[in-house]
Design a protein around this ligand. Structure first.
Ligand SMILES: [Zn+2]
Length: 243
């Protein structure tokens, strides 16, 4: 008998608003627990890995403290558990996964807001970081032309505009036909079939992204531009905070 190929179906791509799911344990290792499918978003693109808990068949709960993709086999997602609880799980076990939804939803709101910031600041993005209460982008921008109040006001207009946030799939050919699409300086992540997942806020921002987003910019809520820092000669760091 050949071992089944390890692959975690990323439910968070299709169902970013779902909080709970059922899954089967594929493997338990030093890296954590791999499931056949998961709603837990793995650390990536500046967005932290999800936390939450698993409900086991005996009714007990174990805390999930983090989620990471396997560094080599990228299709596998590992869930890190609190110390000592890994022994309670084994391959083949069915369990229920429950997200810390409040935390994840704040990540979705801030992540979407950073797409809006990207549209406001016309410069290449060199870094991104998202947290529960704040988020930041680094821009390759030699001159300091940015103003905190102006950024806060521009963000407010885009949030108040209640714009749709669409997820689309582009073929490699469609992507090549859109010069300047990618704002980051690294090549965009391709999906297994060579297509690109792009986030489209019509008329505002269109770029490849694998993160989780809200459906409408109104959900971002009130956000303030908190800081603009000069990190190096070419690097301006813009930090946003939920108001
Ligand atoms: Zn995104």
């Amino acid at each position: 008998m050949t071992a089944p190929a390890l692959h975690t179906r990323p439910l968070f791509d299709e169902l970013p608003y779902q909080h709970t799911f059922t899954a089967r344990v594929l493997a338990v290792s030093d890296q954590g627990v791999a499931l056949d499918q998961t709603l837990f978003y793995p650390t990536g693109g500046g967005q932290p890995g999800d936390q939450g808990h698993f409900l086991l068949p005996d009714g007990s709960a174990v805390a999930v403290t983090g989620t990471q993709r396997d560094p080599l086999l990228r299709s596998i997602i590992w869930h890190q558990l609190e110390d000592g609880s890994r022994a309670e799980l084994h391959a083949g076990m069915e369990l229920q996964g429950c997200l810390d939804w409040e935390r994840r939803y704040r990540h979705m709101r801030m992540h979407t807001c950073l797409h809006l910031l990207c549209a406001i600041v016309d410069a290449p993005v060199t870094g991104c970081s998202i947290a529960v209460d704040k988020g930041r982008l680094d821009f390759d921008l030699p001159e300091s032309t940015l103003d905190k109040d102006r950024i806060t006001q521009s963000l407010k207009e885009l949030v108040d505009g209640a714009l749709d946030v669409n997820v689309r799939t582009l073929s490699a050919d469609e992507y090549r036909g859109l010069p300047g699409l990618c704002r980051t300086q690294v090549p965009p992540p391709q999906q297994g079939d060579g297509t690109l997942r792009v986030i489209d806020i019509p008329g505002v921002d269109l770029q490849p992204c694998g993160g989780t987003h809200v459906r409408n910019t109104a959900e971002v809520g009130a956000v303030t531009c908190d800081k603009i820092e000069k990190k190096s000669r070419h690097n301006r760091r813009v930090t946003l905070r939920f108001s």
